[in-house]
Design a binder for this molecule. Structure first.
Ligand code: CAA
Length: 287
């Protein structure tokens, strides 16, 4: 099994910074790469805050915060990923963006390195086909907030090798996560099941069956979900939900996955959920 010491994280948004956080926390050296200095700056601030939160809860010694941050090297230069044993791509959820990244990571990273993606729905098999190392391409799907959620959906593409799977499975365990193996299919398991729930909740609101608050109460109190589906949709990002539903609709060719018109309308208005300050609910400060 390949030994992993240095991890390249590509994309410093909410997921990328969470992924960098958990790798650094587990002792790995992290190269955190994005295209704008402001994204990197925001990610480091977010990681510092979240490490502080863990320290305040007594889960991390205060003295570990700075050494953990010091293991993360932010960079605007993708070529620096030549020093990584694995890359975890967490860029935006568009096939063309990820395809371009995979072609370039394939050129930059050492021949033996693994190329993983945190995609929530795009085909691992198709991304692998962009590279000359399809055996070493795999899905490593984390959940938000990454430092808190224990699941990693480990997704095997058609060509993913057993050694790659074993390395990534062991890596997730080293991060203190629980890896669950799934095969490549639109939305994998998580979003194939979650997105129709969110979509149906949006239809219930659109059709006047109940308010967003009532729908969420049903799931919080009746099913013990920590967040109702519409609060969760705002948390994930309504644009992300619509993008994933479109991947499901196209991938299965089944109209049952068509995004609810209310979801689409909210996205068209720029009401993307928590990150824009408004979605099904309004938020005082942007998260
Ligand atoms: N970093 C570190 N720690 C964090 C954190 C963060 N970003 N956010 C919350 N926490 C910690 C808190 O410190 C707290 O720790 P303790 O249990 O030790 O006290 C714990 O998480 C709970 O947080 P809070 O008490 O502040 O708030 P809460 O009880 O309302 O829980 C929540 C917040 C963990 C987000 C909870 O509401 C929850 O689990 N929601 C569901 C989240 C979910 O379903 N995520 C998956 C989304 S789907 C996805 O990500 C993938 C995809 O493909 C779309």
């Amino acid at each position: 099994m390949a030994e992993i010491q240095t991890v390249g994280v590509v994309g410093a948004g909410t997921m990328g910074s969470g992924i960098a956080h958990v790798f650094a926390r587990a002792g790995f050296r992290v190269l955190l790469c994005d295209v704008e200095q402001c994204f990197l700056g925001r990610a480091i601030t977010q990681i510092r805050t979240n490490l502080g939160r863990e320290a305040a809860k007594g889960k991390l010694p205060e003295a570990e915060i700075e050494p953990t941050l010091a293991r993360i090297q932010p960079t605007l230069d993708r070529e620096e990923l030549a020093g990584a044993d694995i890359a975890v791509e967490a860029a935006s959820e568009r096939f063309e963006v990820k395809a371009e990244l995979f072609r370039s990571l394939d050129r930059i990273l050492p021949e033996a390195a693994i190329l993983a993606t945190n995609t929530s729905s795009i085909s691992i098999t198709k991304l692998a086909a962009q590279t000359h190392r399809p055996k070493q391409v795999i899905g490593m799907h984390f959940f938000n907030p990454v430092p808190v959620m224990t699941l990693v959906e480990v997704v095997r593409g058609l060509a993913t090798g057993d050694e790659t799977f074993a390395t990534v499975h062991a890596l997730a365990v080293k991060l203190g996560k629980t890896p669950v193996e799934v095969n490549d299919a639109p939305g994998f398991v998580s979003n194939r099941v979650l997105m129709p729930l969110i979509n149906e909740a949006a239809f219930a609101v659109m059709e006047g069956v109940a308010t967003p608050e009532a729908v969420d109460q049903v799931f919080k109190l009746g099913m013990n979900h920590p967040m109702g589906p519409l609060t969760l949709a705002d948390f994930i990002g309504l644009d992300v939900c619509v993008d994933i539903l479109r991947v499901l609709q196209e991938g299965f060719g089944d109209p049952k996955y068509r995004p609810c018109p209310l979801l689409v309308r909210l996205v068209d208005a720029g009401w993307l959920g928590r990150k824009s300050g408004r979605g099904f609910y309004t938020y005082e400060k942007q998260a």
